[in-house]
Ligand binder design. Structure first.
Ligand code: ZN
Length: 77
């Protein structure tokens, strides 16, 4: 068996874990090797990265005017 062989399920867990912490080099290498031979996991990885970027932009967008909507609703009623 190849020592760095991973199932799609294991790779999914690694992709999500990578959002929170740095992976050991063995896991990063296993991830890259799996991405090279798998059709589904690179698609999933792109979705996770897109989601992360969207969440980052959403947080930055919300911060400057938080609470404005509640004030407007109170004044309008
Ligand atoms: Zn896979």
């Amino acid at each position: 068996m190849i020592p760095f062989n991973r199932t799609c399920q294991e790779v999914t867990v690694l992709v999500i874990a990578r959002e929170d912490r740095d992976l050991p080099w063995r896991e990063r290498l296993a991830l890259r090797l799996h991405m090279a031979i798998c059709a589904a996991c690179p698609v999933f990885e792109r979705q996770v990265i897109t989601m992360r970027n969207a969440m980052h932009q959403w947080r930055n967008y919300q911060e400057p005017d938080s609470g404005t909507d509640a004030d407007q609703q109170r004044n309008g009623a």
